[in-house]
Ligand binder design. Structure first.
Ligand SMILES: Nc1ncnc2c1ncn2[C@@H]1O[C@H](COP(=O)(O)OP(=O)(O)O)[C@@H](O)[C@H]1O
Ligand SMILES: [Mg+2]
Length: 384
């Protein structure tokens, strides 16, 4: 340490008036733990600390030479014009800091500022570099890890989303296979089953497109749509599923409003809720009721069942990722439904149903566009 100071003192004596020593040494002492260089007013190196000599050559080679000869990284930096910065600092410009600056093979926190003597005269410049490469690398590794986790959970949701239509497809094919052996079955019935299977395969294709969008962080694909036809579509698709669970699904349509929806996502959200209701009802009274209505600020879908219901303390739990009460369940249906609904400015709530079972309320914001008075509301539940 004394040797180093002596060395600097000698250099400084040669370069500047004795009066200014203190200032220089002060600036130097402050900067010692990081890489520090200082120049005189002509841009020649007068200070070069140990940390800097470990990465950029000895101080003997550096001191007295123009800064950019001693520090060729700066001259070759494609991201910053250091010559211009130095010129500005020496002309009285303020200090500048670059918190994460790529410099050669490293990432540094770089600063450059003037060294100001008595009377405000600029005596030279001070540059400092703090190597933050390892921190930057750790941050990059963290980003990679996050990305891996995102890919992992995308994989799981992909599996989940594909399983629904795939199950429906194989169910329809299975029913088709059974009816093929029955001579009394009408051809029209066979065609109907085959078309249902085809419709599911088309939906699979849509889903994959949708998932690719999601994986790209895709925006909502909003179109003007009504919820009643969406529900009719979902219920139609789940007919075979309800049948095998011995459940009767009744629908009371009551919404006429045009909403701005990403129909693929809303369709999928509704399907997940209705599937759950059918699965629950199969453990109870085998009934599912779906109704819709237009409230002043939102349209509401109510899905109820007479299954075992949800314990009050578990009501919020069902929306937590990977929470499932089913063997082979994924616990993804409701969390994904909620995410899609919230992205529309909507919400989903779980409640107990009077008389036992569960009630799910889905709210979709109106956007305040009513297309008809609502006189076409059906007063009674009708069989789906
Ligand atoms: N209608 C319902 N009645 C009773 N429990 C339900 C109902 N809907 C959802 N749940 C509970 O919430 C859990 C999470 O549902 P979900 O996110 O769709 O995942 P999964 O259906 O794969 O289990 C279900 O496993 C079930 O325990
Ligand atoms: Mg589910």
């Amino acid at each position: 340490m004394p040797g180093r100071f002596l060395y600097y003192t000698n250099v400084l004596v040669r370069l500047i008036p004795e009066d200014d020593y203190a200032l220089y040494l002060e600036a130097l002492a402050e900067a010692l733990p990081i890489e520090v260089a200082a120049t005189d007013a002509s841009g020649r190196v007068i200070v070069w600390n140990g940390a800097l000599s470990r990465v950029a050559g000895t101080r003997e080679q550096a001191v007295g030479r123009p800064l950019f000869e001693a520090l060729p990284w700066l001259a070759m930096d494609p991201n910053l014009d250091w010559a211009e910065l130095l010129e500005d600092v020496l002309a009285g410009g303020g200090a500048r800091t670059f918190p994460r600056h790529p410099l050669g093979p490293r990432v540094v926190r770089a600063t450059i500022g003037p060294m100001v003597g008595r009377g405000g005269r600029v005596l030279g410049s001070v540059l400092s570099f703090e190597d933050i490469t390892s921190g930057a690398r750790a941050a990059e590794q963290r980003r990679m890890r996050d990305r891996t986790e995102a890919v992992h959970s995308l994989g799981e949701s992909l599996a989940h989303e594909i399983r629904n239509p795939l199950n429906a497809m194989s169910l329809n094919l299975q029913l088709l296979r059974e009816t093929l052996d029955d001579e009394h079955v009408e051809r029209a019935d066979l065609v109907r089953r085959a078309e249902k299977a085809l419709a599911e395969s088309r939906r699979l294709e849509q889903l994959i497109t949708h998932l690719l969008e999601v994986s790209r962080g895709g925006a909502l694909q909003l179109t003007s749509a009504r919820i009643d036809p969406l529900i009719a579509g979902v219920v139609g698709r789940l007919e075979g599923f309800a049948e095998t669970h011995g459940c009767r699904v009744q629908v009371r349509p009551g919404s006429t409003r045009q909403l701005s929806l990403d129909t693929v996502r809303i369709d999928r959200a509704i399907e997940n809720v209705v599937r759950n209701a059918i699965e629950a009802a199969a453990e109870g009274g085998h009934h599912v009721w779906i109704s819709t209505r237009d409230d002043p600020h939102s349209s509401v879908i109510i899905v109820e069942d007479d299954g075992p219901g949800i314990k009050p303390q578990d009501l919020s739990q069902v929306f937590v990722l990977y929470t499932t009460g089913k063997r082979g369940g994924s616990g993804l249906g409701l969390p994904l439904a909620r995410e899609d609904l919230r992205r529309h400015g909507g919400e989903i709530e779980a409640k107990g149903r009077h008389g036992g079972g569960a009630q799910f309320l889905i709210y979709l914001p109106s956007g305040d566009r009513e297309t008809s008075s609502g006189t076409d509301r059906g007063p009674n539940f009708v069989d789906a």
